[in-house]
Design a protein around this ligand. Structure first.
Ligand code: FAD
Ligand code: SF4
Length: 328
């Protein structure tokens, strides 16, 4: 690993000022992504600003919103009583991710900013990776692709967004709170991530030095049923091949409100609004679920290794909808 300076921040303003002033500085939270990538030689910050002592940890209910501090760990958020009672899709997305050891270190802010698991991105000996080295091409498009995206993808990059939590949070219209040297701003998570286009190195709307301080999760109305289904190569400790976050309000067997997002298939956590439009007002039964699944995976970009994901994503969504609709 390249040598770097370690700085422990005591207050938010100091952390933001330090990173903003230095293009070679990065934040360090739980370190489960950041340190891996440094050891692999993918990232080489000259200064790491440890934010773990900052007052950004904990979960608080404020009316109809759950405010989650960015340093809250995945395990802490999953154990929160409001999450357990009102947000099953969030709890399931958290507990189906990583391992308990990782979830005890990994923070919510870091989870939203985790980098792709594309093997070519994570191997600096591979020259062609537009995300790591803009303008060099994409080794995955002609190489071994499986844990890659089919939605929002293109020839420049097919890297998957790997966060499970982000999929549940885009379905719920969560909002990210950010601190910069100039003040604060709030960003809807649905507008936080950027499609790769011709600039896959730009993954989100944050400017260098902006710090995520909290995430607001609007609580769905009482009586909402929800769930997160994750399909993967092995039963635990594995990223999704396809996943679906679903929230439904049923009225006498008819779907009054629907929220749907897909994971494991998108370059960003994929909100499937077309599927929601199909579901709203329809009887909660197979024909609507199948039509929603068809609508959710429009215009995929596939390579031989990822073509199977189109059908897998549809089946995953149908199963998730059925499971949530049938839950008592
Ligand atoms: P760090 O590694 O400290 O930081 C990650 C990035 O975010 C860095 O660039 C850092 O500078 C930046 N950052 C961190 N906090 C902030 C902040 N508040 N504001 C601005 N920037 C910030 N995730 C899943 O969703 N599902 C899985 O199945 C899953 N499996 C995993 C398996 C393994 C083996 C590993 C290593 C990880 C897995 N993960 C999975 C990813 C894991 O959830 C993330 O690594 C973790 O959430 C990152 O949080 P962290 O606090 O460790 O972030
Ligand atoms: Fe790089 Fe994206 Fe291609 Fe992977 S898919 S090699 S991250 S450009």
């Amino acid at each position: 690993m390249r040598e770097f300076e370690y700085v422990r921040a005591d207050e938010i303003g100091q952390a933001v000022a330090t990173v903003t002033a230095d293009p070679a500085a990065s934040y360090l939270a739980g370190g489960t992504t950041q340190l891996d990538l440094m050891k692999d030689g993918v990232l080489g910050p000259e200064r790491l600003v440890d934010i773990t002592r900052l007052p950004m940890r904990g979960v608080a209910r404020e009316g109809g919103t759950l405010r989650v501090g960015a340093l809250t760990t995945m395990e802490e958020l999953a154990a929160d009583p409001t999450v357990a009672g009102r947000l099953p899709l969030v709890r399931q997305a958290l507990l189906l991710g990583a391992s308990v050891q990782l979830r005890n270190m990994a923070t919510i802010g870091g989870n939203l900013l985790q980098r792709t698991r594309c093997r070519y991105f994570r191997d600096p000996t591979v020259p062609a990776c537009n995300k790591r080295s803009p303008g060099t091409g994409c080794a995955a498009v002609t190489g071994a692709a499986r844990m890659h995206a089919v939605l929002g993808a293109g020839r420049a990059c097919i890297a998957l967004h790997a966060s499970d939590l982000a999929v549940a949070l885009v379905a719920l219209d969560a909002v990210v709170h950010v601190q910069s040297r100039d003040g604060t701003r709030s960003i809807p998570l649905t507008g936080f991530y950027l499609l790769p286009g011709d600039t896959p190195d730009r993954e989100n709307v944050l400017a260098h030095g902006e710090l995520i301080t909290a995430v607001d999760i609007p609580l769905p109305p009482e009586g909402t049923r929800s769930g997160y289904l994750k399909v993967r190569d092995r039963a635990s400790y594995e990223f999704a091949l396809a996943s679906a976050a679903v929230a439904l309000i049923l009225d006498d067997g008819v779907i009054r409100e629907a929220r749907v997002a897909l994971g494991g298939v998108g370059t960003v956590p994929w909100r499937a609004r077309e599927a929601e439009d199909v579901l709203r007002g329809a009887p909660a039964a197979a024909p609507a679920f199948l039509a929603a699944a068809e609508a959710s995976v429009r215009d995929p970009f596939t390579v031989p290794g990822t073509a199977f994901k189109v059908e897998l994503a549809k089946r995953t969504l149908v199963r998730a909808l059925r499971t949530v609709a049938e839950a008592s």
